[in-house]
Design a protein around this ligand. Sequence first.
Ligand code: SF4
Length: 622
Amino acid sequence: MYSYTGKILHIDVTNQKTHVQEVSADWLKKYVGGVGMAARLAYDNIPAGCDPLGPDNALCFACSVFAGTTMPVGTKHGVASKSPLTGLIGDSLSGSHFSEMFRRAGWDGLVFKGQSPNWVIVFIDDDHVQFLDATRFLGMGTTETQQAIREWLGDENIRVSSIGPGGENLVRYATIDNDGRQAGRTGNGTVMGSKRIKAIAVRGTHPITVADPQGMMAETLKLIKTSQGASTQKYRILGTPTNVLNMNKMGTLPTRNFSETVFEHAEQVSGEYMKEHFTQKSVGCSGCSIACEQWAAVKEGKYKGAIAGLDYESLFALGPNCGIGELPPIIYLSRLCDDLGMDTMSTGVVVSWAMECYERGILSKEECDGLELNFGNDEAAVALVNKIAKREGIGNLLAEGTKRASEQVGKGSEHFAMQSKGLELPGYDVRGMKTFAAGLAVGTRGSCHNRSLAYELDVKGVVDRFKGEAGRGPLMKEKEEFAAVFDSLVLCKFLRNCFDDFWQDAARIYTMTTGIEMTPQELEQLGERVCNLKKAFNIREGWTKEDDWLPGRVLGDPMPSGPGKGVFVTPDELRVMIDDYYAARGWTSDGLIPRSKLVELGLEDIADEIGVDEPMAAAKEA
Ligand code: SF4
């Protein structure tokens, strides 16, 4: 076996014990790495019904098979646990130097269980694991923590994944940061905080070998060349902030907590404006030939000195969606969230929800700790983000996430709590992108643009974006599985249009890397397997069909302006698309997985646990 080591390191932080699980080449081929492997480790190591913040939850890391090889944009890893935000599978991706060091240390995966009595740094030094006192690092931001640990251990080559104050204080959407990249969204940083792990430091000294170095080099050079071509131009020049003006033109730029879809200050927060006035340089993850991240710096004014790698999702959430129409506070807020270790998207959406509550009189100034939480009040937003990280005053409510906060406040605020399954919506007003609306509703980790990719169908005009109708299910399925393959290999999705024939090319490169034969058909089945595996996790946790749904605002409030003025997703339209998706997946009309489907995907053991027998499924449907 090449690249892989066939070893998963299990670390119990309660009693500081470790053990090594050996996995076969067949097992590795089945789950590959990243999200696929992390989800399988989560399924196997998390008992159903456990408290996401208790010792029984497992925090699972799985390396990309390409980490540390010459393959561009493949130095990444996946993380999975039971999400404290959704109560379902919480899978994330991150990348860069930590992923490579993780591979060099000799592990395909890491599984953390238990709950340490004291705050620790887990130092994985090849196959030697130490538990170090983390007291001196508590309260530190993520970047500072990583550098301080390297200095403390006296080795600049050590790579560190750490949480910030948000994770320490169990903000439900805390991230795990490494090298300025974040495993974000579903609260994996919160799970790490609940285990009292401030950081994971890794030093690896093993070489990474591939089965066919010459073949790999040829494929690498070809991909580096195509990744410098037209298909990645927008990422290389403006990065994802280029989406601001595109979304605004389509009338789908979430503005003021999704109450509007066109932002009057879109120009001033656009990728184009950022490039001209704020961008210092484009930055890439380790091993990246595209370098999409735009490092933007504020040179004057009250946010002078702020610097952040700003992407579209952070920008929409902390900018237009909070009614903030200037880049300096958005750059500042993005950096603040990254340092505090909190997901920028969830933070922006929960802050915008609080702003709408304030403007509607649902939350008073007194209840907001004296803050005037009007849309566009950037100073109040900054104060609020700091309060969330400390769980101080109103921040304690917002640290619970939009769903829980709105259920606690009530007074109709649930209608405009922009979340699905507890995860805050991404930066697209899906009233004007109806196939993507259904794609968000069925997402296993909640509403997610990275796991669905159905937005491409609406944006590229493959379907009528203002219509929700039967026939969308197979397209949604295909996009979801394509994403799952990328997330399991792991490859950055910005490479997705650089292949001649993705399935042929990717299967061949996987074989060149690992020495394990993979066919294009087997790779396609991996996508379906991973989607079903994650769904199986959710079913075991008590998922029901009612969980696949969207907020009241999407399903009842017409868009106030733009090309889609007057449009919204009707509940009937959404139901039709979701039913169509279940049928395309071969699931029952209740969204459950037949036993035969799980067996077909090689998930026999899971079939025994959650698979529905066909006669029973038919009876239930009748
Ligand atoms: S394209 Fe962007 S996100 Fe993807 S690997 Fe490169 S820098 Fe990282």
